[in-house]
Write a protein that binds this ligand. Structure first.
Ligand code: SME
Length: 159
């Protein structure tokens, strides 16, 4: 399987898992598990949630312990949240302000996650121990996949 085949398999599996699921935690946990299995270069796969204005907090993930909170003005995740744009980082050591939860991480892709009203609710972060592991194909495919999660966040503000 090539890179796109892996992502389309992930899209099929995640779509089936989260369809009708009104639970963002379960949706993120399921997506993190599937993506960590199907993205060969992934060393850390998970979500950071928007928990307060301009503050991210770790959500469901796979891999070594991730840092607990990231302000929007820090890190690759903060940049993706602040700009509401995906970040593809070929060399994390050249990204000013990169936060090294894993000292072995060499490259990273971070994709913003929105609810159905296009409100930012989280970011999806995937690290790799390989340099330049991610490119625009990864960005586009991951943006497709996180769209599947949007409805799962829609009721989180309601009891
Ligand atoms: N590298 C991220 C921090 C999260 S850990 O990689 C899981 C960043 O710079 O925002």
């Amino acid at each position: 399987m090539n890179k796109i085949d892996h992502y389309r398999e992930a899209e099929t599996r995640i779509g089936a898992l989260v369809r009708g699921l009104e639970d963002p935690v379960a949706a993120m946990a399921s997506a993190a598990s599937v993506l960590h299995e199907l993205v060969p270069a992934a060393s850390w796969t998970g979500f950071y949630r928007v928990v307060a204005p301009r503050m991210l907090r770790v959500g469901p993930y796979q891999g070594p312990v991730g840092c607990l909170e990231i302000p929007f003005d820090q890190g690759v995740c903060g940049a993706a949240a602040r700009l509401e744009q995906s970040q593809v980082v070929e060399d994390v050591h050249s990204f000013e302000g990169h936060i090294a939860c894993d000292a072995l991480a060499r490259s990273e892709v971070v994709v913003p996650v929105f609810d159905s009203q296009h409100t930012l609710v989280a970011v999806l972060d995937i690290d790799s121990h390989e340099p330049a592991a991610f490119d625009d194909t990864d960005r586009k495919e991951l943006e497709r996949i996180v769209e599947l999660l949007s409805p799962c966040f829609d009721r989180q503000s309601q009891p």
